[in-house]
Design a protein around this ligand. Structure first.
Ligand code: R5P
Length: 293
């Protein structure tokens, strides 16, 4: 077995190789002036089992690079290809909300399943389906959760916080962390009117005055969900608001808006490289790779 990484995800992929006790090699990328990618796999990559480790945030170029890499590896005799993509892209568009919309979850899922034998990811955004195999039908899939590693961070940093999920979908992560530590928790109602237009309704009957609240969600994308939740909480007299997410995708400008809205700190896993990373997933991912045999 060999772990193959890409320059933009080097530290995480190299840590995965170390955790597995196998060699780490890197796929070289070159961007031509016209925007096309040149992919060169290392000469020693012809192992029987290649584990490709790259997160698929900002995915459009990465998907083409994955296609080129996978085909090149197969041509070099790689028999088994495992994709470790801690953040899995295009999972949120899981139905056509309006006529003509592509259901990207199914289309991209099929694409990945045709390239790879196994797909391992962390906290994918599966709301209207239960199992990742339903989105990626041709591959053996493994869904891991960062809830436990993140909850260890939570336990170290805040004493008896109240956990709040900003929308119904977040209930699974909030409940897992809250039960593990015996904490109070609740789930708000979210109304999304556009990419950055979000309204949050706090749950009735939750006593939040004077509490430290930690918002828990799978993804911070624009950060607006967390920002609006923080503003609503502050209007109800909470002492402080922090946020814990598996995948932090938000830009530096989004982070500034998040802080201005009252989120004092954001903590995330290293599924996506981000200034807010506090939890490394290498151990969890290595266990996942091993468990697939
Ligand atoms: C949606 O259901 C997800 O769980 C996140 O709440 C959402 O993707 C966050 O997006 P944003 O940060 O852009 O509000």
């Amino acid at each position: 077995m060999i772990v193959l990484g890409f320059p933009d995800y080097r530290p995480q992929a190299a840590r995965l190789a170390t955790a597995l006790g196998v060699p780490y090699r890197e796929v070289a990328l070159h961007r031509f002036p016209d925007g096309e990618s040149k992919v060169t796999v290392p000469a020693e990559a012809g192992a029987a089992h290649a584990v490709l480790c790259r997160s698929l945030d900002r995915p459009n170029d990465k998907l083409i690079e994955l296609l080129l890499t996978a085909h090149t590896l197969r041509n070099q005799g790689v028999q088994r290809l495992t994709l470790v993509a801690p953040y899995l892209c295009y999972m949120r568009q899981d139905i056509a909300f309006h006529p003509g919309e592509a259901v990207s979850q199914r289309i991209v899922g099929r694409f990945l399943g045709e390239l790879c034998d196994d797909v391992i990811t962390v906290d994918p955004h599966l709301h209207r389906i239960e199992r990742l195999e339903q989105a990626i039908p041709n591959a053996r899939c493994l869904t891991l959760s960062a809830a436990h590693p993140l909850s260890d961070h939570l336990a170290w940093h805040w004493q008896d916080p109240l956990l709040l999920g900003p929308d119904r979908e977040s209930a699974q992560w909030v409940a897992a962390i809250a039960r593990h530590h015996g904490l109070d928790w609740g789930v708000a109602e979210k109304h999304r009117h556009g990419d950055r237009e979000v309204e949050i309704e706090l749950p009735a009957g939750l006593n939040i005055h004077g509490r430290t609240v930690v918002l828990v969600d799978d993804v911070a994308s624009t950060g607006q969900t967390l920002a609006q939740a923080a503003q609503a909480l502050r209007r109800h007299g909470v002492t402080s608001v922090h946020a814990l997410v598996t995948h932090a995708l938000c830009s530096a400008e989004d982070m500034t808006r998040l802080h201005a809205a009252g989120v004092q700190s954001l903590a995330s896993s290293d599924s996506v490289s981000h200034a807010s990373n506090v939890v490394e997933l290498a151990g969890l991912l290595a266990e996942g790779v091993r468990s697939l045999g």
